[in-house]
Design a protein around this ligand. Structure first.
Ligand code: SAM
Ligand code: SF4
Length: 421
């Protein structure tokens, strides 16, 4: 496909997705909290730990300045919220802990994981970390508790790390590399997070990041395109320069090419040495999940639930034995179908049978026009059983998913208005 043509299609897709998320992705209706489990099955539990000692200019996740006292109080409430979810009758087989900085208070985190393991039939635990909390002793304590630790590196380039404020906080690219090298192998899976398409990043810079990654040999990596929602647009511009989509597709191709031998793509931005290892894009891999902690989301059946973002109101709700969920939104059928199309094709394959079972109608009947447009854009191919992405389609669905995540940021933006962080 001509470069000009692909640019046009990509821009149109971005525009369509941003309109789509503006239209569908807002959560306004007051909520009474989670219903009892809609089905007798095991769900995914997400725990949010919203504390950092510094704020990176690109990061839109819900977070507050860390103090030991605030975190101790927060973890106490988190455990009470988990007990509330247990009392509703939920069971979980998969636990994901994200932040912020989950390991910012190791003791509290360990107590919380132990509680979850005692209450539920959890089989896998995945946790995020910054590079400062992965000392050998810490990671060794997590053995048997955590199966997968993903470490935020973002880039090994010192000039970029300095602009991001991460050099001062987490050390040089080389120091971060050494920290990770010394803890590899302690847990079953270590994953490294990188971000590409930072303003001023060059192809050579990206190739260098990928070469460092391959030399380090973690089990997995996630290489995210920089997402610049309205929450972070200004801080990205101020610290890094003007953001552009000009190089994004080329960078994506560089990543795919560089990683294809050792880290085949598992979905849009996750790459893994082995295909059967867990990955933690819980929003993408799990149709339903329950989130606990300030600013977390839950998604059950066709409804998105939003927890209180601010720490004091979150604490009050828990103390008063209320649900921490304050708002919800039930999605209409057509938006659920669009969502399924996007998520499955972000993973590379949509099963026609699964779609028909889910919605009681064939995808060709329900989304015929959309499929036609995607075929015209040379983004998908159709077989008897499946719809699969082409090489360009892999990129186009990454663009869609990025827009979807930025749409979620709009919800965070609304919820965080007037918050003191
Ligand atoms: C919530 S962060 C937690 C990581 C950890 N606190 C750290 O800083 O290393 C999880 C990952 O999300 C990714 N991320 C955060 N903001 C992003 C953005 N605006 N665009 C792309 N990826 C982003 C980063 O790769 C980050 O490592
Ligand atoms: S990237 Fe990590 S350290 Fe930086 S602000 Fe986000 S959660 Fe905090």
């Amino acid at each position: 496909m001509q470069a000009r043509q692909s640019k046009m299609i990509t821009s149109a897709t971005s525009y369509f997705m941003s309109q789509y998320t503006k239209h569908y992705l807002h959560v306004e209706k007051p909520s009474l909290g989670l219903p009892p489990p809609p089905e007798a099955k095991k769900y995914l539990l997400y725990i949010h730990v919203p504390f950092c000692t510094m704020f990176c200019p690109y990061c839109s996740f819900n977070k507050f300045t860390y103090t030991k006292e605030t975190a101790a109080k927060y973890f106490q409430h988190l455990r009470e919220e988990i007990l509330h979810v247990k009392a509703l009758g939920y069971d979980f087989n998969y636990l994901v802990i994200g932040g912020g900085t989950p390991l910012i208070d190791e003791e509290e985190l360990i107590r919380t994981i132990e509680l979850v393991k005692k209450l539920f039939n959890v089989e896998h635990v995945s946790c995020e970390s910054d590079p400062n909390h992965i000392q050998k002793e810490t990671v060794t304590r997590l053995k048997g508790l955590v199966d997968r630790l993903s470490v935020g590196v973002q880039t090994f380039d010192d000039a970029l790390l300095k602009k991001l404020g991460r050099y001062e906080k987490f050390g040089s690219g080389e120091e971060v590399y050494e920290k990770i090298a010394s803890m590899l192998g302690i847990l079953p899976i270590t994953s490294v997070d990188l971000i590409f398409n930072f303003p001023t990043q060059t192809s050579e810079g990206l190739v260098n990041d990928l070469e460092r990654l391959k030399k380090l040999t973690p089990e997995q990596t996630s290489v995210y395109p920089l997402m610049t929602s309205s929450l972070v647009k200004n801080s990205v511009k101020k610290t890094l320069g003007k953001f552009s989509l000009e190089n994004e597709y080329n960078f994506f191709k560089v990543i795919k090419e560089s990683l294809k031998e050792t880290y085949p793509a598992r979905h849009g931005w996750s790459f893994s040495k082995e295909s059967d290892l867990i990955i933690d894009e819980y929003i993408i891999d799990n149709e339903e999940y329950v989130g606990v902690g300030s600013g977390s989301f839950s998604f059950l059946k066709n409804t998105l639930y939003l927890n209180e973002f601010a720490l004091d109101p979150y604490a009050s709700l828990i103390q008063e034995k209320h649900s921490a969920i304050t708002k919800e939104r039930t999605f209409p059928l057509n938006s659920q179908m669009y969502y399924r199309l996007m998520v499955d094709l972000f993973n590379g394959t949509l099963s026609k049978k699964k779609f028909a079972t889910m919605f009681g109608v064939s995808i060709n009947d329900a989304l015929g026009k959309e499929l036609m447009l995607l075929k015209f854009a040379k983004a998908i191919k159709e077989t008897k059983e499946n719809i699969i992405t082409t090489e360009y389609g892999d990129y186009l669905f990454l663009v869609m998913m990025k827009e979807f995540y930025m749409g979620m940021d709009r919800i965070r933006n609304d919820a965080r208005k007037n918050l003191i962080i």
